[in-house]
Design a binder for this molecule. Structure first.
Ligand SMILES: CCC(=O)SCCNC(=O)CCNC(=O)[C@H](O)C(C)(C)COP(=O)(O)OP(=O)(O)OC[C@H]1O[C@@H](n2cnc3c(N)ncnc32)[C@H](O)[C@@H]1OP(=O)(O)O
Length: 311
């Protein structure tokens, strides 16, 4: 079995979901668990969490995969409440990430909201029903698993932000490699204004993205950023015209990266992903493994025979 397939099955990144290895042990080795997470004690607990959150109904997370382009679109779909995330949508997103992890043709992922907005965070209906510490921990553990796996998936991902990305919605954008924002859109990590914190891992990812000082400013102010300000602090990568179709723009954005051989694309993402969170020697060893799996293979030999000039 090709190394790449094994990586995908083991979720390169998480080693948590589809491997036969004890997932908790793997997760601890990777430093994914905090003290609180220790309440999660067996391999089946994510499945139990999925069942638990399924009961908080409303909305859906829809996945469309294009086997020809290798680009998938995830849509957060709860338009009556600005695509707020119900428990059921969290469970759907868990399933969606699992589906993508074993999609061999996959090269790119677009995360978007239905209609003209991105996501207004946690659905307040769900939030009211789980508003105690035990349930908060459950949600956090579940969403940490989902967002970490989404970020580390061996495909290049982009969130397209229209309308508003608020609270948990802003956190979800940090589970993608890139963020695009329409000119009139706004993004805000407003949790502090509600007396809560980033429960879906957005604080940690934002700090990796922006560095300590800027991340602290964004999180501790609870400020809403327009597209220009968001670009100036490095929170987003590009601004799209308001009249553009964000999905088309995201496809165009991804096509620059997803036009290459699927193995090269997914290994490139995995190399960067592992390098970001591993000691240097470990990352080099991983990079070597990936390299050895493509070197001298038909795609490489064909390219050599074409005598390509890089102008
Ligand atoms: C996990 C931690 C977190 O996510 S903390 C953040 C939680 N989210 C919030 O507090 C969102 C509060 N909502 C807002 O600020 C505004 O509704 C935003 C999203 C800016 C949209 O404003 P605007 O375009 O004027 O629409 P609107 O207020 O009329 O909203 C339409 C209907 O949607 C609802 N809605 C909105 N957000 C949520 C949400 N997170 N959960 C549940 N419902 C939500 C609004 O209440 C409104 O409903 P209705 O039409 O009044 O029945």
């Amino acid at each position: 079995m090709a190394l790449r397939t094994i990586f995908r099955m083991c979720s390169v990144v998480t080693g948590l979901r589809n491997c036969g290895v004890p997932r908790k042990m793997a997760a601890e080795k990777m430093g994914l668990f905090t003290t609180h997470d220790r309440s999660i004690s067996s391999l089946d607990d994510y499945a139990s969490l999925r069942e638990h959150f399924m009961q908080f109904k409303g909305g859906s997370v829809d996945l469309v995969k294009d086997n020809e382009t290798g680009i998938a679109v995830i849509t957060l779909n709860n338009p009556d409440v600005k695509n707020a995330m119900t428990g059921k949508m969290m469970a759907d997103l868990y399933d969606t990430v699992g589906d993508l992890e074993v999609w061999n043709a996959g090269k790119g992922v677009i995360l978007r909201g239905s209609g003209t907005t991105f996501c207004s965070g946690g659905d307040l209906g769900t939030v009211r029903q789980i508003c105690n510490q035990a349930n908060g921990i459950k949600m956090s553990v579940f969403m940490h698993n989902i967002t970490s796996r989404l970020l580390q998936i061996p495909m290049i991902s982009v969130a397209t932000i229209q309308g508003t990305a608020l609270g948990g919605g802003a956190e979800l954008t940090t589970a993608c490699d890139f963020r695009l924002m329409t000119q009139g859109a706004r993004i805000g990590f407003v949790q502090i204004k509600l007396g809560v914190l980033t429960g879906w891992g957005g604080g940690t990812r934002l700090t990796k993205l922006l560095g300590k000082s800027k991340a602290l400013e964004v999180l501790a102010s609870g400020k809403m950023y327009d597209s220009k300000e968001a670009k100036s602090i490095g929170l987003i990568n590009d601004i799209l015209p308001d009249d553009s179709d964000p999905e088309d723009s995201a496809n165009e954005w991804l096509n620059r990266f997803c036009c290459w051989d699927p193995a090269a694309v997914s290994y490139t993402k995995s190399i960067v992903s592992v390098a970001e969170r591993s000691p240097y020697e470990h990352a080099l060893s991983f990079e070597r493994e990936c390299f050895s799996d493509v070197w001298g293979k038909p795609v490489h030999l064909n390219a050599l025979n074409r005598n390509i000039k890089h102008s």
